[in-house]
Design a protein around this ligand. Structure first.
Ligand code: IMP
Ligand code: MG
Length: 182
């Protein structure tokens, strides 16, 4: 942990789970892997707002290929009547995805509801391929079967924040991943 991480973490209700160095190293590896896998192509990166932003901005700069960038937004909220969260997909992709190689980029995958809804929506546009990229995955929380080809780290079921991820819209700007302590 560097000095800044340590100072911020000491006063806050979280502890550092993944520090800046670890994250940066892993993102470079993912970028290299994508660069190799998509050699000669121009993939379309579709970020799922808002949790993707910090990860995606680092990841895209680690990919040594031409890429195009689009965003969709997704928000989930707990539904009082039904046990499952409701996921609302918003925004739109302004280019044709037909025949394109698409990478869906998220900050964290938990139950897989969000990513599978976005996947379904994008699939309708008949891309040549869709793969999923996420910085963090909570494999023990999955409620759907989803193939995640590019994953930064697997984490446990604790609530994590920072590097784009929020707790009630706070902490997205922390440069590391923290684990909330309750
Ligand atoms: P899903 O359950 O896979 O659909 O994920 C829903 C959304 O919940 C994710 O895109 C995140 O925005 C949020 N989420 C799930 N777990 C965490 C967490 O530990 N920290 C911050 N956000 C989370
Ligand atoms: Mg959130």
């Amino acid at each position: 942990m560097n000095d800044v991480s340590e100072k911020v973490a000491r006063r806050q209700p979280f502890e550092v789970l993944l520090d800046q160095e670890q994250i940066a190293r892993r993102i470079r590896e993912l970028g290299q892997q994508i660069t190799n896998d998509y050699a000669g192509q121009t993939p379309v990166l579709i970020g799922i707002l808002k949790g993707c932003v910090v990860f995606l901005s680092d990841l895209m700069r680690s990919i040594q290929l031409p890429v195009e960038l689009e965003f969709v937004s997704a928000s989930s909220y707990r539904n009082g009547i039904v046990a499952e969260d409701t996921v609302v997909i918003g925004g739109g992709v302004s280019i044709s995805l037909k025949g394109r190689q698409v990478l869906l980029v998220d900050g964290i995958i938990d139950s897989c509801r969000t990513i599978s809804m976005v996947h379904e929506r994008i699939q309708k546009e008949e891309p040549a391929g869709i793969e999923i990229v996420t910085l963090l995955d909570k494999p023990a929380s999955h409620r759907r079967q989803v193939k995640i080809k590019y994953k930064g780290f697997s984490v446990g079921n604790d609530f994590v924040i920072g590097f784009g991820l929020d707790n009630t819209q706070r902490y997205r700007n922390l440069p590391f991943i923290g684990r909330m302590i309750d």
